[in-house]
Ligand binder design. Structure first.
Ligand code: 0SF
Length: 499
């Protein structure tokens, strides 16, 4: 009893040291992940594999003892070199117990163990194990694991210490037929008790170890997924993970990790009713998270792109009218498109505003057009700055990020032109405005789409079997909801890599 109280006390102390949360944790939550019952049912298809690994990886220590037997005096016995032989698992079921645990019931694990049984008769002051025979133990076991989600060092941790084994069968087979009959009796009456205790403690210990490994693996992969170069996201928990009747949920800070920058926010608006329970997975992102990532991309000088002469030709040809041909000729001064280049970059961190109609991105953008006439000095023929506001509807289709341009507004800012006569020319400005909206903005978006897709694929997103993903924007937040099929090979890879 005292030991139990002490253990609970220790657990409480270590928990509170590990994760300190603000009282109103929703306020500092930037990302929420919700995994529902349908997801648990799909993941449960992998439970048998994990339990198999737990049985095979567990170590089974030797068992030895001494017993006074009627007519025989003292008998010493030992079960050594216990190895698991055959193993099969019939079925497993999963259920969420509100505010408590994920209950996993595994029915009918049949396992056979092999080893050596030694026994001997002992004298008054010394023991002699003289006989050794090979044994096989056939067992049939039900397993009940009540997995709790906790927090350790700010991370999701799994606690499966509430783990039980129910034995339906535990029979000993001895090799040869010359062994004494009392051995089986000794096993049934005494050794099996110790064996059950050992199997329980070793298998449950291994399951706890694997569960923790899996939780760490998910956290590491998630951190890696949200990181590129010097830019990362702090996904420390802002509260203990919750388990409800139909879902489990974790709340994360979602703060930018970039050099010494720290962006703080404390007006997050997450409430559980924003997410429903019918899709398998929900990810909720506050617009602060997207804004700080946009800021980091800007600070990291990633919002720069060059447009080659060939691409410029295609863009200009989109607005190929007689009126415009004169302007184009004047800009390029007879230089071929091949000897020109445009550079486009953000002058200010893009501001992201999430709205039901889409993701509104505002940024001041500079464009510089240079020509490289053969045998002459390179010249900047045009330089202008615009305040660009675009409305993007994001989607993920056939493993590609699609950024549908729903609207764009371009406001002029600065304008410099090497062509003196054209400096104040309204028709040139009008032409450029047209080119930017018809070709420039779509060109920039068509560069961002594959860049982000391949960034996500480099983190392994394409390995997941994502079904019908939806990206929903609302005022101040964004929801990604999806179903998935769990590729069995991912678990096999994980187990191979980590064990
Ligand atoms: C990449 C998704 C993500 C994970 C985060 C934080 C933000 C984001 Cl966007 O961190 C963690 C850490 C620990 N557990 C979770 N997320 N869970 C969410 C989750 C669901 C499905 C897959 C997944 C993570 O990870 C991954 C890979 F990154 F490893 F497989 F995609 C689980 C947690 C719960 F359910 F246990 F409470 O919500």
């Amino acid at each position: 009893m005292m030991a139990r109280v002490f253990a609970i006390f220790l657990a409480l102390i270590s928990m509170s040291v590990a994760c300190k949360f603000e009282s109103s944790s929703f306020n500092i939550t930037g990302i929420v992940c919700r995994m529902t019952k349908p997801a648990a049912l799909v993941l449960n298809q992998q439970t048998a594999q994990i339990i198999q690994v737990a049985f095979r990886h567990a170590t089974y220590p030797d068992i030895s003892g001494e017993k006074s037997m009627m007519f025989l005096g003292k008998v010493a016995y030992g079960l050594t070199n216990i190895q698991i032989n055959d193993l099969s698992i019939e079925n497993s079921e999963v259920d969420f117990k509100e505010d408590d645990a994920i209950d996993i019931a595994i029915q009918n694990v049949t396992a056979s163990f092999k080893g050596t049984l030694s026994y001997g008769y002992t004298g008054a002051w010394y023991v002699k194990l003289t006989h050794a025979i090979d044994f096989e133990i056939e067992s049939s076991i039900d397993l009940q694991i009540n997995a709790k989600l906790t927090c350790a060092k700010g991370r999701v941790a799994a606690d499966t210490s509430d783990c039980y084994l129910t034995f339906h069968k535990l029979t000993l087979h001895l090799q040869g037929d010359k062994q004494p009959g009392w051995l089986k009796q000794l096993f049934t009456d005494f050794i099996s008790f110790t064996l059950k205790l050992i199997l329980k403690s070793q298998v449950c210990k291994e399951i706890n170890f694997l569960a923790q490994l899996l939780a760490d693996f998910i956290q590491d992969r998630a951190e890696n997924f949200l990181q590129d170069g010097a830019i990362g996201v702090d996904i420390s928990l802002t509260s203990f993970p919750v388990i409800k009747a139909n879902y489990m949920e974790s709340h994360h800070k979602g703060l930018l990790l970039y050099k010494n920058y720290s962006v703080v926010f404390n007006d997050s608006m997450f409430v559980p009713s924003l997410l429903s329970e019918s899709r398998m997975l929900y990810f909720w992102f506050s617009d602060h998270v997207l804004n700080s990532l946009a800021l980091a991309a800007f600070l990291d000088e990633r919002l720069v792109l060059t447009i080659t002469g060939e691409e410029l030709r295609e863009m200009f040809e989109m607005e190929d009218t007689d009126a415009h041909q004169g302007i184009v000729q004047e800009i390029f001064q007879g230089t071929s498109y091949n000897d020109s280049l445009a550079k486009v970059w953000s002058l200010t961190p893009p501001q992201i505003i999430l709205q039901p109609e889409g993701t509104i991105v505002k940024s001041s953008v500079a464009v510089e057009l240079s020509i490289f006439p053969p045998g002459a000095e390179p010249t900047v023929v045009l330089y202008f700055e615009k305040e660009v506001t675009v409305t993007i509807q994001p989607a993920y289709i056939e493993k590609k990020l699609v950024l549908h341009l729903a609207d764009s507004v371009i406001e002029p800012k600065a304008f410099k032109c090497a062509l003196a006569r054209r400096g104040e020319d309204k028709s040139l400005r009008h032409f450029l405005q047209k080119i930017i909206s018809v070709a420039g903005i779509p060109e920039v978006i068509s560069r961002i789409e594959p860049a982000l897709t391949s960034l996500m694929n480099s983190k392994g997103l394409n390995l997941f079997e994502i079904k019908n993903p939806e990206i929903i924007t609302r005022e101040g937040y964004l929801i990604i909801q999806l179903d998935f099929g769990f590729p069995h090979h991912l678990l096999v890879d994980f187990l191979k890599k980590t064990l």
